[in-house]
Ligand binder design. Structure first.
Ligand SMILES: Cc1ncc(COP(=O)(O)O)c(C=O)c1O
Length: 461
């Protein structure tokens, strides 16, 4: 029986017997293929894609190992490559080495964060790591959190909890306040929550892209006159286009005064709270009821990695718990499918844990500081006479030649994105206040000053 299993050529699963030689050979080969792809980045550029790329679907019989590896190579060679130093378009940095290992281990474990029984050690790990983050940002002992697949879902978890906490259920008069520069995920959140788009009220920003407090106060008064019930105010800690930080202290005071839930969307900037890096406006975040932090966006924890931290864990339990009738429960241990929207979830917390442990505080700080230094270097050297520049305290810069009309901004950014791509620089072109801009996100650790100098030369030409 044992012999049969070990010698069987149709090995579908890891064996509980023997040494899993076949799997080891395949993993070695896959590692080799992946590492070769990383080192080909320089030759292939940030975004190689061949229009003839074909997605081949499963046949009657399983494909051979050779065919599958050739498909893996083709997939890699037609993929965005975040390790290329010119990959500066989005919040998608190179993957941390120990996070890659974490993903591999999580896949092999195939545990399920739905329930303690299905993931005992990982359940404790996720709980501990969330509490560790919560303590770091200054929450007290009742705090904790839950991981989710990305910032959108963490924001949604928070807002559903906020509305439940306000006792508003599906009240059509429930209103959410965000700044006009807040992320588009809040549009999705309101739709999913069954609210009209007019229930998402946008507060004007000041000339630095931060929520205008006077405008917030006026809006609150208007809502009160119109019998609108505000279930949360969102302060953004790092806006998507220019990395601005809303005035958290003032907003938190208003929330306390009016007894409104404060959610901080720290998808971009929240991670800086782990470090002693001085970031203007990054203060008082422990006054929030909830905060989204996305370690995938700067420090390179592999996707997806997002946490929702809450000051009081019972708010999540009260909102999401159903009793999970088909799952057993243990006293004092929460089945983690009971504190968020998602049911089954992979053990992705492992790559966060391994990534952070491999870096330590110094490594985390080094990566975050380096992103700010690259931003500073870019801003110091870009021609201020030629460009309007939008950038806050974080590592994002949007810019456009001065005096361009909206139509010309569209044409210029399209042309420039293509030209830059020919020179292996990938930038994005967000639409912002009626015009298109070029945006550089300086979260790529492989990007050196010499690359930025080259980019600036190309922008000037
Ligand atoms: C400020 C902000 N919040 C939320 C999100 C959504 O995060 P995700 O794409 O992980 O869902 C983003 C994405 O870039 C963002 O910039």
């Amino acid at each position: 029986m044992a012999e049969d299993l070990i010698n069987n050529k149709d090995i579908y699963f890891p064996s509980y017997l023997g040494t899993n030689d076949k799997l080891i050979t395949l993993l070695n080969r896959a590692s080799q293929t992946l590492c070769e792809w990383f080192s080909k980045a320089d030759k292939n550029g940030p975004l190689p894609f061949d229009e003839s790329f074909k997605c081949i679907m499963p046949a009657e019989d399983g494909d051979s190992e050779e065919d599958l590896f050739s498909e893996i190579e083709s997939l890699l060679n037609n993929s965005f490559n975040p390790v290329h130093p010119g990959s500066l378009a989005h919040l998608d940095p190179p993957p941390l080495i120990f996070s890659i290992l974490g993903d591999l281990v999580a896949a092999g474990l195939n545990n399920n964060l739905l329930a303690y029984d299905l993931s005992p050690s990982v359940t404790l790990l996720e709980d501990s790591l969330c509490k560790w983050f919560a303590k770091k940002i200054g929450f007290n002992d009742s705090s904790g959190g839950i991981a989710a697949s990305g910032g959108t879902l963490s924001n949604l978890n928070a807002l559903i909890a906020a509305r439940n906490n306000a006792g508003l259920g599906s009240d059509p008069n429930s209103v959410l306040l965000v700044s006009e520069d807040a992320h588009s995920s809040f549009i999705k959140c309101t739709r999913i929550m069954g609210l009209d788009e007019e229930n998402l009220v946008r507060i004007e920003t000041d000339n630095k892209g931060r929520m205008n407090i006077q405008n917030l106060r006026k809006t609150l008064d208007k809502c009160s006159i119109n019998n609108k019930k505000i279930f949360a105010i969102v302060a953004t800690l790092g806006t998507t286009v220019r990395g601005a930080i809303d005035p958290i202290k003032e907003i938190s005071e208003i929330c306390k005064e009016k007894k409104i839930w404060l959610h901080i969307d720290g998808s971009i900037g929240g991670i800086f709270a782990l470090t002693s890096t001085q970031i203007e406006g990054l203060n008082n975040i422990n006054q929030a009821n909830s905060i989204t932090i996305n370690p995938q966006k700067i420090i390179g924890i592999t996707k997806t990695s997002s946490l929702l931290l809450v000051s009081n864990m019972s708010t999540l339990e009260n909102t999401f718990s159903t009793g999970l009738p088909y799952i057993s429960s243990k006293d004092n241990i929460i089945n983690r499918g009971e504190i968020g929207i998602q049911g089954s979830r992979p053990a992705e917390v492992i790559k966060l844990w391994l990534g952070l442990r491999s870096l330590g505080h110094h490594g985390i700080e080094n990566i975050l500081n380096s992103s700010i230094k690259r931003k500073d270097f870019f801003i110091k050297n870009i021609s201020k006479n030629k460009f309007d520049i939008y950038s806050g305290p974080l590592h994002i810069i949007s810019f456009l030649p001065k005096g361009l009309e909206p139509k010309d901004s569209d044409a210029w950014t399209q042309y420039k994105v293509n030209e830059l791509m020919k020179n292996n620089f990938m930038l994005s072109r967000p639409k912002f206040k009626g015009k298109y801009y070029l945006r550089a996100v300086m979260g790529n650790y492989n990007t050196k000053d010499s690359h930025i100098e080259e980019l600036l030369r190309l922008l000037d030409s």
